[in-house]
Design a protein around this ligand. Sequence first.
Ligand code: F6R
Length: 614
Amino acid sequence: MCGIVGYIGNREAFPIIINGLKRLEYRGYDSAGAALYNGNLIIKKTKGKVKDLEALFTDPKDKEGTIGIGHTRWATHGEPNDVNAHPHVSNSGNLVIVHNGIIENYDSIRQMLTSRGYTFQSDTDTEVLINLIEDVMKKENVKLGKAVQIALNEVVGAYAIVVFDKNNPDEIVLARLGSPLAVGIGKGEYFIASDASPFIEFTKDALYLEDEQMAIIKKYKEPEIRNIKDDEIIAPYIQELQISLDQIEKGGYDHFMLKEIYEQPNVLKDTMRGRVLPQKNIIKLSGIDNNLNKFLNADRIIMVGAGTSWHAGLVGEYLFEELARIPVEVEYSSEFRYRNPIIKENDIVMPISQSGETADTLAAIKLSKEKGAFIYGICNVVGSSIPRESHSGTYTHAGPEIGVASTKAFTTQVNVLTMMALKLAKEKGTISAPEFNQYLTELENIPQKINRVLENDLYIQQIAHHYKDAANFLYLGRGFNFPVALEGALKLKEISYIHAEGYPAAEMKHGPIALIDENMPVVVIATKKGQYEKVVSNIQEIKSRKGKIIAIVTEGDEQVKKLADHVIEIPETLEPLTPLLATIPLQLLSYYIAIYRGCNVDQPRNLAKSVTVE
Ligand code: F6R
């Protein structure tokens, strides 16, 4: 959470900082700020979005300068207001910082600094950190880089920071622990950001700081990278970026979320490219091939994740148990990490994450590693912390997901889990060769079937308009469609602010049925296969209590049509593959309801795309 940007070189820093912050706004948008040096230190910050910050730069002179830092904030310490917005300045007015993370022991440091005469304008932990750095600089008579290092050895918490000293504007210092930081390397110039999106039009060469590393960066010089703890010098490892500019732009869509919903047929093809090979009747996943014995001998797989990724794990549980007969548990990483879980040698822990930076999921990995488990990560963002901390894994290849509500990340996660379950089922002999081949052929058909689901767009818009003023929604599904119901409800609540709950359809009778009246829309996933007849009975129970029914049905269904107020058809598929199709109309429904309610779908209130704090 929070996005940070920095630049040092010979170009004007202002447009790089502002455009970079706009690309990082998915990480938080409570406030924004920037600091530039052009003979004077110019600092502007405001509650609100990056466009509000940009509007503060009315004097062209203020936009000058070839060194700068910027920040877009997801508030942790201190309410989102102008004063708490970053950058923060030290008491002398010389040092300036942007920070993503939390300094947990900031209160005791603040007290210590107060007793030494320091004063504070804001409620933030960040202002405490920059003054600690200043205090070290003065006390120890050291340069900025050394002071940052000494100060960071005194703090407890998580951080990605970028700092500069206005008296030495040819140098910028950065450091990370727990929050990501990428450095784009140009010709004598450097771009710094929470991810590579702010600088991909300038350079394809990047290095990623590892945890507990810092870098001192000067124009036209090699970056100096050190371990914060033991001062060891680290050789820079430069990677070539794989993302392109059009991947992170809206490409004619009104919102990233809509673009990402529509990208699903193509990204699922990317997920399966070179992996699903029906002609050879194989699934190639190097992560599994290289660790086959571990998987074949696994007593249990524990999937850990948060939010939408946890929902993907729930689909994974159905897939792995049904197809490969491997016992699976699915845990919220935030619960798992604190409940002293029993992890045995033959357990595989499988973190699932879009961003690869979710703090709780990273902590779950750390704990599982300490207990000796094998970690197999499923992640979208290449090179992010979760894959780096995993022993092996599979990338989802969804491409950058910028809309805060996860869409294509979910379907690609489910797609990867499906491929894994099928591959292991084949290896274990729990499904026959012809069955396996049928799955592969059908998996290949899924992208074009998603295209058919997307053709319902206009009709879904009409349904959305009809229910846009509802105060509550229920989502019901059984079997493979139960996690889809949870995901549908999460999508609606996070972007439209309508209260929504997902339930296994049969659980309705154990409580939620009390809520049903003529004002309650109930979305029921009632596809043929599975426990179809039972779901039809559940629909009848809703109908007899006058609830409004929006049903997701298999093409050609007649039975549910007679009962439901609205039906959205999806093509027929094999039951375990249904989530890949049934999810799509629910994404569109939430999107259009949120649009009709005037909500900011790409940046819903209080949320951030990547949750790098607990
Ligand atoms: C919901 C959503 C969140 C994330 C969750 C985990 O649309 O995006 O619930 O799924 O914060 O994030 P990752 O997958 O990045 O670990």
